[in-house]
Design a protein around this ligand. Structure first.
Ligand code: F3S
Ligand code: F3S
Length: 117
């Protein structure tokens, strides 16, 4: 079993979770962070510190976000278990499902034009 990071992390990346993880198994992608499921020891230390409540025990992931259980695992398909997110550093890509998400909180261009401009 593992903890997973879900949608609220996207484009937020607070990173408070990283400091709490004793296994250094929370990895940084472009738009969100991902937990390596084989390295996570289910200690739960990361879950309460996330300010946007993005972290869940995988059995408790809300229904709408359950695909993030797979998203976290599949992010490591080609990386395997790197052993340390600090050593590996940021990874300049995301899971395809995350990469395809619209930018959350983006202002539509038409609304970004000031009145009388
Ligand atoms: Fe993301 Fe929350 Fe960690 S926003 S980076 S899961 S503290
Ligand atoms: Fe790390 Fe424990 Fe979370 S091992 S990913 S802090 S559950």
């Amino acid at each position: 079993m593992t903890f997973v990071i879900a949608l609220p992390c996207v484009d937020v990346k607070d990173k408070a979770c990283i400091d709490e993880c004793p296994l250094d198994c929370i990895y940084e992608g472009e738009r969100m962070l991902y937990i390596q499921p084989d390295e996570c020891i289910d200690c739960g230390a990361c879950e309460p510190v996330c300010p946007v409540e993005a972290i869940f025990f995988e059995d408790d992931t809300p229904q709408d976000w359950q695909h993030f259980n797979t998203v976290n695992a599949e992010f490591f398909s080609d990386l395997g278990a790197p052993g340390s997110s600090t050593k590996l550093g940021p990874i300049e890509r995301d899971h395809p499902i995350v990469a395809a998400l619209p930018t959350l909180g983006a202002v539509p261009p038409v609304l970004a034009i000031p009145p009388n401009a």
